[in-house]
Write a protein that binds this ligand. Structure first.
Ligand SMILES: Cc1cc2nc3c(=O)[nH]c(=O)nc-3n(C[C@H](O)[C@H](O)[C@H](O)COP(=O)(O)OP(=O)(O)OC[C@H]3O[C@@H](n4cnc5c(N)ncnc54)[C@H](O)[C@@H]3O)c2cc1C
Ligand SMILES: NC(=O)c1ccc[n+]([C@@H]2O[C@H](COP(=O)([O-])OP(=O)(O)OC[C@H]3O[C@@H](n4cnc5c(N)ncnc54)[C@H](O)[C@@H]3O)[C@@H](O)[C@H]2O)c1
Length: 476
């Protein structure tokens, strides 16, 4: 038995969510221990957001230069893959977490390295890297912020085939000659975009009939057109049934249509599973390997007495870094307020509840073209029982977009709640739309009335003039 330490709050998992939750709780007056088994900073910093966006930014920079007569003529070559990978390595901090560890120390949070497991109510045991064991007790709360791992399908031959998950796809040091990508979600389309631009022959194998099936249809269509224009072989209605690696290293993927696809690497971008299989969930009455459902203050709904919280990917509310950080801020402050006996503000959009998770989640997909969306799609709004109207506009008709790129192709949709005359969802798809998104997020989260949006005048000639066009189209 090792040492036993006591803190107000023990956080398991030092990704973006755990760091923010620990910081807010500490700022609210609590002593905090943060347990991390790999690198402080989590998936996002080393194998997800940062390295993937570092791979994709040069793709967009080169594509932008090629979109405009005058600059197009002066950019003949391809990406310098070695330089892109080296810049990516820098954005992944060369897979060292010293910077984040320093930040934790400066924020007054104690780092405990090792694998954490719940051990009954308000107790966490940590298997430390030196083989030791520490027990941490929490006076007020334990917050699980352990994130997710790649979910792989159960396919014959997969175990021995050394396939890529998102980790290899974001950290690989060499460009594969032939890359098969399985999946039609965000990881699949972003990584197909990046590795195609870096020189791989990419085949995208999608079991459904569209890409990005949680966004408006036109967005997936524009991304699929963009991938095909870049030379990606996009195939719909295809499933992998088995695979194996030949002695010469070639990977052979058997497809349901009876054909066989040879590749050098295969990325399985087939979703995520919660990192809760080896977390001692059974000691607190939860099912190992399951997502941890919470209320809007972050409390695990199935655990009595309200001491267990879950934030970020692991609660399955919205698998995005910015939403995890938002939950970290809201839940961390709620934990501190409860501990101090301070009143909470539980009304929708109040200080102590993560209301935006339900109504105003923004996401940018960094493909070419980009997709930027917030809130509900038309279908989601209808499914929620709202009386809505979709207002669409061809982004190519906006002066700022025409200046941005010759033959600009893109589209915008605003979903208007007709009863309240506010926007409940906005989607942009086109080059350069990522930075437009926050205007839409403010409109949706702020429930800004259309009558007032009419007075929010977009600068001429920017792509944001699409706001004016959408409102004019709505008003007729
Ligand atoms: C390829 C890819 C690209 C992405 N790009 C974006 C993007 O551009 N924008 C965006 O918003 N989101 C993006 N995401 C999603 C984003 O990475 C996640 O939403 C985010 O990392 C979730 O943060 P988290 O802190 O909840 O979990 P994580 O980042 O997964 O961190 C969890 C931490 O907990 C630790 N841990 C787990 N179990 C234990 C244990 N038992 N004991 C101790 N420590 C433990 C892990 O080591 C890890 O450090 C991307 C995801 C992928 C796969
Ligand atoms: N730019 C960003 O914001 C960004 C980038 C990457 C990832 N993310 C987040 O990370 C999370 C994970 O992304 P993801 O793309 O791995 O998951 P996803 O759930 O978005 O997509 C998974 C895809 O795999 C397919 N699939 C699932 N099982 C399959 C199987 N057995 N065979 C074939 N296809 C299968 C699904 O139909 C879907 O198309 C997402 O929630 C996403 O929001 C965000």
């Amino acid at each position: 038995m090792g040492a036993e330490d006591s803190y107000d709050l023990v956080v398991i998992g030092g990704g973006p969510t755990g760091e923010n939750l620990a910081d807010r709780a500490h700022a609210g007056g609590l002593s905090v221990a943060l347990v991390e088994s790999e690198l402080v900073g989590g998936e996002c910093s080393y194998w997800a957001c940062m390295p993937s966006k570092a791979l994709l930014r040069p793709v967009a920079a080169l594509a932008d230069a090629r979109r405009v007569a005058g600059s197009r003529e002066s950019v003949g070559g391809k990406l310098d893959a070695a330089a892109v990978l080296a810049r990516r390595d820098g954005f992944a901090s060369h897979w060292h977490d010293d910077g984040q560890v320093q930040w934790l120390a400066s924020a007054g949070i104690d780092l405990v390295r090792g694998h954490g497991r719940l051990d009954g109510e308000r107790r966490v045991t940590v298997e430390t890297p030196d083989g030791g064991r520490r027990t941490l007790t929490a006076r007020h709360a334990v917050a699980v912020c352990t994130g997710t791992r790649a979910a792989l399908p159960d396919l014959p031959g997969l175990a021995g085939a050394r396939v890529w998950t998102s980790r290899e796809a974001t950290s690989a040091q060499e460009v594969p000659g032939r890359l098969a990508v399985v999946g039609g979600g965000v990881v699949a389309v972003e990584m197909a975009t990046a590795w195609r631009a870096l020189g791989s022959e990419v085949t995208l194998l999608v079991r459904g009939d569209r890409l990005l099936d949680r966004t408006e249809d036109f967005a997936g269509q524009l991304v699929s057109d963009g991938l095909r224009a870049a030379g990606v072989d996009v195939r719909f209605g295809v499933s992998v049934t088995a695979l194996h690696r030949e002695p010469d290293g070639t990977l052979l993927l058997d497809l349901a249509d009876g054909t066989r696809l040879p590749a050098d690497e295969a990325l399985f971008a087939t979703g995520r599973r919660p990192a809760t299989a080896d977390l001692g969930l059974d000691t607190v009455g939860l099912e190992p390997g399951s997502w941890i459902e919470t209320d809007d203050t972050g409390r695990a709904t199935a655990v009595p007495a309200g001491w267990l919280y879950a934030a970020g990917d692991v609660n399955h509310r919205a698998l995005l870094t910015h939403q995890g950080k938002y939950q970290g801020r809201v839940f961390g402050a709620a934990i501190a307020d409860r501990a101090a006996g301070r009143p909470l503000d539980l009304a929708p959009w109040g200080r102590s509840v993560a209301t935006a998770d339900h109504a105003a989640v923004p996401q940018v997909v960094f493909t070419d073209p980009e997709v930027a969306a917030v809130g509900r799609t038309l279908q989601e709004a209808r499914d929620a029982g709202l009386r809505v109207r979709a207002v669409d506009y061809d982004l190519g008709g906006v002066s700022g977009a025409a200046l941005y790129a010759d033959d600009y192709r893109g589209r915008a949709r605003a979903v208007v709640d007709l009863d309240r005359e506010v926007l409940v969802g906005v989607t942009f798809a086109g080059p350069g739309v990522a930075e437009l998104l926050h205007s839409a997020t403010v409109a949706v989260a702020g429930e800004v009335p259309i009558a007032r949006l009419w007075h929010a005048v977009p600068a001429y000639p920017t792509i944001s003039e699409v706001w004016l066009r959408l409102l004019e189209t709505y008003r007729g």
